[in-house]
Write a protein that binds this ligand. Sequence first.
Ligand code: THU
Length: 136
Amino acid sequence: MTAALTAIQRRRLVVAARRAAAAAYTPYSRFPVGAAVLMADGRVFTGCNVENASFGLTNCAERTAVFSAVAAGSRRLRAVAVFTPTPTPTLPCGACRQVLHEFGPDATVLSVCAGEGCVETALAALLPHAFGPADL
Ligand code: THU
């Protein structure tokens, strides 16, 4: 069980995720997504979705953020915020849930949007009975 996010941490992540969405490369879907990850060392990394003419090569915002953190030597994920400029919040896709689980099985997931609604939940609730490093 991980301690709840403080209001300051939550605000910091939401602002970072919203800013990150501005860099999204989405000529095909026109569906920009921004993500920000809070790592156990206190660092925050951001990411956006990056699409490709070969559609299957698209990288989601959440994975971009996690891969940036790992590339910078930060591996323990504490929380992730996802922003979409939509009326309702968007939760991480299945592939992203799996990648988030690798680095933060107890992470908090926070989804925010242009509307009022937001979702804050545990990654474990989004990916029950997950397959992970311990299963190998
Ligand atoms: N997308 C994300 O970036 N994160 C998600 O969790 C859901 C989907 C992106 C992928 C693609 O660029 C666009 O949203 C539409 O699927």
